[in-house]
Design a protein around this ligand. Structure first.
Ligand code: NOJ
Length: 768
């Protein structure tokens, strides 16, 4: 039966005329948001006018999937309560229900049994792919390829939407400086500029034009979550307003400007106020200054957690504080559904605040086309033909290759020759079909990634011998701590040594299991887990021609490997096509071009380490004769092992002819910087040319340098291209002592090069 909204069917033709039903997935969502604002508002208001207070509060309530929908209807306990709430229209959204059959069954209850037939929005963590998995987001960021990243989000959205979902809890845009924090794998690393551009690409990729193969994005975690003290997940955050505005917020602003439909707040506190109850973040900045029109969902149970934080007396108090602060939807605390109507009646929360939240939620549902057709995402045939499409596999393979970073390649050990060699492949991760899927890929099935072993077996000209060496075994990844899961078993060492001795080249795949990063997986040590370091050193003694392929979801500190191992390839957790991507890079069928989106420390004591740090009052002069009284360590250099923006290629690039068009500009003016980049090697390659600025003095202290532009150039051997960057007032703006974004007159240095240590430079001034 074709669904009809008898009560407000009048809005449907209008919605269709405006394109809410969705068509080809090409226009960025932003355009939809702008042109439809008024019409959508009118539609949302027309529904709002029909709602009781309880029904309004119900829209602000999100439940986790509570019921095996093909089984009997729940009769007791919390599942029965949730079921009753669904029938009453007291559930605005559900998470973790997926698959057309289940989504449809639950949607049917909401739209056919509730009084107002308001459809439910179905959310899920589609972080880097649904069934066909892309590299973890940190790895994708290493590509610096916005087009590829957008495409990857489109693939994820298409599979998720085909599976009945219409909302992903992504992108995570938390600028992350602390590799101990397990969730660095979910974001785009340490730089606000790179994070911002990637945030835009991901929002556009997920949302497309909101057609049936797109989903609403949810920008998270608003805000400051990555700054958890000592990298321990959920820990206290204590940061300055300066850091908040100059470092943390820019990617959120960029995502909001790109048209993201929803935001998620975060578990942490800011200035002593948990984000869920934080009006400065949600009301003043997001909905105020930025004029964000979508809605904010809490993080899982974060409303209730305000009690543990010591910020709320009980759940009712927490609900009051969250609602008043502008947190629109409650994920799994039941704070709103249990207390918000009473709080309104008692005058503790104004009905206007509730109306505002509900209007925002209804708007998103209208924009997604759910009022036109609540089953828009529920097409079994489409589900079948979309999930796992060949072109999606090709897309994630392309993304995976672009995400790989070549960290070291002494004596050109790589690429490997394709014929007549004996290769020893060592490491449990080389033969793992689950770990490459990484963390946060709950829609995908275990064992569905191509392993490195399988990838390398495609190259039949060499003799390949595999030896496990040592396990990186995981028990239950959620309940067993890492100390228990790391094996101490060295019984496989002898076989690995034997294989290494007989080989021309040894490829060792070592690192973290895909589930050793992600939420709740903070580490205090950034070395290779378990006995892998010992395995590496033992094998190296047997045969020093080692190529180390790293699998990890965070920067690792591997000083011994950096010094001794001749070739190191950063291969992260690369998703479904991981093994093919790694093999194609090792054999030179793809020339690596990735650049690190996070600094790799020399040891864990340097963390947090990031390139865009402040100079301090005692920056030192770098001379060996210097006294100890400057900002440094006595036992390790200040510099990272591998810098932000760093990455090698199988070819080499030469930068020359660096020019600046003028040495000063004023308001509304600009200058250009040009540089010639030449491929001086023997194979074609891609170089990501980066531009950094340093502001010498200002009303507040500024970083030593900040990324402000990048462009990839692909060059044939011997070819030269000129890269041009424009520098204008916008680019030098920052959150100043006046607490506004502005460009202050002063002196700047511009640097251009292939990483954050770029040396070509020139000074310029900005005049009033
Ligand atoms: C908690 C995580 O912090 C958040 O990122 C995620 O989207 C929700 N759980 C829902 O799974």
């Amino acid at each position: 039966m074709k669904y009809k909204f008898s009560k407000y069917v009048f809005v449907a033709p209008l919605a269709i005329a405006l394109g809410c039903g969705g068509s080809k997935n090409t226009t960025p969502a932003k355009a939809v948001v702008t042109t439809e604002k008024n019409a959508i508002d009118r539609k949302a208001d027309s529904v709002l006018a029909l709602m009781t207070l309880e029904e309004k509060v119900g829209q602000m309530n999100q439940y986790n999937g509570f019921w095996e929908v093909t089984g009997p209807v729940p009769k007791d306990g919390s599942a029965a309560i949730k079921y009753e709430h669904l029938k009453k229209g007291w559930v605005g959204s559900m998470l973790n229900v997926r698959g057309v059959k289940d989504v449809k069954a639950l949607q049917k209850i909401a739209v056919e049994q509730s009084r107002l037939h308001i459809p439910v929005i179905f959310g899920f963590d589609v972080i880097h792919g649904y069934k066909t998995v892309s590299p973890i987001p940190l790895a994708e960021a290493a590509s610096w390829d916005l087009e590829a990243i957008q495409k990857s989000a489109e693939i994820a959205a298409a599979e998720a939407a085909a599976s009945g979902l219409n909302w992903t809890f992504a992108p995570m845009v938390d600028v992350s400086r602390d590799a101990r924090w397990g969730r660095v794998m979910e974001g785009a690393g340490e730089d606000p500029f790179l994070n911002s551009r990637i945030a835009e690409a991901r929002v556009h990729g997920f949302q497309g034009n909101l057609g049936p193969l797109s989903v609403a994005a949810c920008v998270k975690h608003f805000a400051g979550y990555a700054f958890a003290e000592s990298g321990r997940d959920y820990n206290t955050v204590d940061i300055s307003d300066n850091t908040l505005h100059n470092i943390i917020l820019p990617p959120f602003k960029a995502a909001s400007d790109a048209g993201a439909l929803t935001f998620m707040n975060s578990f942490n506190e800011l200035e002593g106020i948990p984000a869920t109850g934080n009006a400065y973040l949600q009301r003043d900045i997001l909905k105020g200054k930025w004029n964000f029109k979508g809605f904010v969902v809490s993080d899982w149970g974060s409303m209730g957690e305000m009690i543990s934080h010591g910020y709320a007396k009980d759940l009712k108090d927490a609900a009051m504080k969250a609602a008043n602060a502008g947190s629109d939807m409650d994920m799994e605390s039941s704070g709103y559904v249990e207390h918000l109507a009473a709080l309104v009646r008692e005058g503790k929360v104004s009905e206007e605040k509730v109306n505002d939240a509900v209007r925002r939620i209804l708007r998103v549902k209208f924009m997604l086309g759910l009022f036109d057709d609540p089953y828009k995402y529920c097409n079994e045939a489409r589900e079948k033909e979309t999930i796992g499409k060949k072109e999606f596999r090709e897309g994630v393979l392309d993304m995976a290759k672009k995400s790989i970073v070549l960290l070291k390649n002494d004596k050109n050990l790589l690429p490997l020759a394709k014929q007549g060699k004996k290769i020893a492949l060592i490491g449990a991760l080389a033969n793992d079909k689950t770990s490459p899927l990484g963390s946060w890929r709950i829609g995908a099935d275990d064992g569905t990634a191509v392993s490195v072993l399988e990838g390398m077996q495609q190259y039949k000209g060499n003799q390949l011998v595999y030896a496990k060496g040592a396990d990186v075994a995981l028990g239950n990844p959620v309940f067993v701590s890492e100390t228990k899961i790391n094996t101490t078993d060295k019984s496989g060492f002898a076989e690995a040594v034997k294989a290494a001795k007989a080989a021309d080249v040894v490829v060792m795949v070592l690192g973290e299991h895909g589930l050793q990063t992600g939420e709740g997986r903070s580490r205090s040590d950034l070395g290779l887990p378990g006995v892998q370091q010992e395995l590496l050193e033992t094998v190296f003694k047997a045969n020093p021609n080692v190529v180390l392929v790293l699998n990890n979801g965070r920067p690792l500190a591997l000083p011994w490997a950096a010094e001794n191992i001749p070739a190191i390839v950063e291969a992260w957790q690369l998703g479904t096509e991981a093994g093919n991507a790694v093999a194609q890079v090792l054999y030179g069928d793809y020339n690596p071009s990735g650049k690190l989106p996070m600094s790799f420390p020399r040891n864990v004591g340097q963390v947090p380490i990031y390139y865009n740090h402040k100079t301090t009052g005692r920056p030192g002069n770098g001379q060996p004769t210097e006294s100890v009284f400057w900002s440094h360590y006595t036992d390790v250099a200040n510099s990272p092992q591998y810098a932000f923006g760093y990455g090698l290629s199988y070819t080499t690039f030469d930068y020359s002819n660096f020019k600046i068009s003028n040495t000063s500009f004023g308001k509304n003016g600009s200058i250009t910087v040009t540089v010639d980049v030449k491929n001086t090697g023997k194979v074609a390659g891609k170089e990501v040319v980066q531009l950094y600025l340093h502001d010498h003095y200002a009303s507040v202290t500024r970083p030593v340098r900040e990324l402000k532009g990048f462009e990839a150039v692909t060059l044939a051997p011997g070819e030269t291209k000129t890269v041009t960057f424009a520098i204008n007032e916008k680019l030098i703006e920052f959150y100043s002592a006046k607490k506004v974004f502005e460009a202050e007159p002063g002196t700047f240095t511009v640097y251009v090069g292939g990483d954050s240590n770029a040396t070509l430079h020139a000074d310029f001034t900005f005049t009033e």
